[in-house]
Design a binder for this molecule. Structure first.
Ligand SMILES: NC(=O)CC(=O)C(=O)O
Length: 269
């Protein structure tokens, strides 16, 4: 496989409203703009086609393939990019999921990742959110190969689970992408810290995209879309990453005789 050492990745902090058609056309326009600036991989935020909230999921839910994924497929093909389509509420067989679809430069669906860890938190006086009241969890890891590098996919709360990132890293991923939508409580506390932690521990690049902050929304996203890396911002540079892994060889130094992280299932859900 031909692997480019350095490539441009775009993370889109999309303004998301209650009008699905507007969200889709805005996303499409921004994917085109990102590709026009040389991006080869583009990332949209969690719930890019609908407001984020348990009261919205069933109204905005679609089957896959459906209206929103059709737009994503066309946007990927027209612009010849890998497109990580944030997430959408998905309906399948009477159940709802929070699902990320990834399309290749020919517009083909490469994978579907259903959020594995549902966002159920209760911080008194601050925020209570229970995705599991409405959604079902996915049960699979999701990775894909590009012409540049291998990519692992998680959605928002998935980022809090260090084991998932460890597994992706062990399975050869150099970049982990997390469409996300942290909020005004957890965002300032953990959004950047988690990304830096996942990147540093696993010697991988991390990219996240959030909806733009909208103070009038029922769930106010923190924003702060990031193209993080512990290492060197903006362009994922795989040669540089290989250098870091060689200089600080924690992968080879792991004590697999004392501990291990294993997966019981994989593939796209
Ligand atoms: N929205 C999420 O899934 C997660 C989140 O906001 C957090 O972990 O904080």
């Amino acid at each position: 496989m031909f692997v480019l050492s350095e490539f441009r990745l775009a993370v889109i902090q999309l303004q998301v409203t209650g009008v699905k058609a507007d969200n889709l056309s805005r996303a499409r326009r921004l994917v085109k703009e990102a590709a026009g600036q040389g991006s080869r991989l583009v990332l949209l935020p969690e719930c890019f086609n609908s407001p984020y909230g348990t009261s919205f999921f069933s109204t905005y839910a679609e089957r896959i393939p459906g209206e929103s994924t059709q737009v994503l497929s066309e946007a990927a093909r027209e612009n010849q990019v890998y497109l990580v389509g944030g997430s959408i509420p998905e309906e399948d067989d009477g159940k709802l999921y929070n699902s990320c679809t990834v399309f290749g430069p020919n517009g083909e669906l490469i994978l579907k990742h259903r959020k594995i860890h549902l966002f159920d938190i209760d911080i008194p006086g601050k925020i209570r959110f229970q995705e599991s009241e409405i959604l079902s969890p996915g049960n699979s890891l999701s990775m894909f190969d590009t012409a540049f590098c291998k990519v692992g996919v998680g959605i928002c709360y998935d980022m809090r689970f260090a084991e998932l990132a460890q597994l992706y890293s062990r399975k050869g991923c150099q970049l982990l992408v997390y469409p996300g939508a942290f909020n005004m409580t957890t965002g300032p506390a953990h959004w950047e810290l988690l990304q830096r932690g996942r990147a540093l521990d696993n010697q991988v690049y991390i990219a996240t995209a959030s909806p733009a902050r909208d103070e009038t929304a029922s769930y106010v996203a923190w924003g702060h879309t990031a193209r993080v890396i512990v290492i060197k911002p903006f362009f994922p540079d795989l040669q540089y990453l290989a250098g870091v892994r060689q200089q600080i060889p924690i992968t080879a130094q792991r004590r697999d005789d004392l501990y291990t992280v294993t997966s019981v299932q994989e593939g796209s859900s």
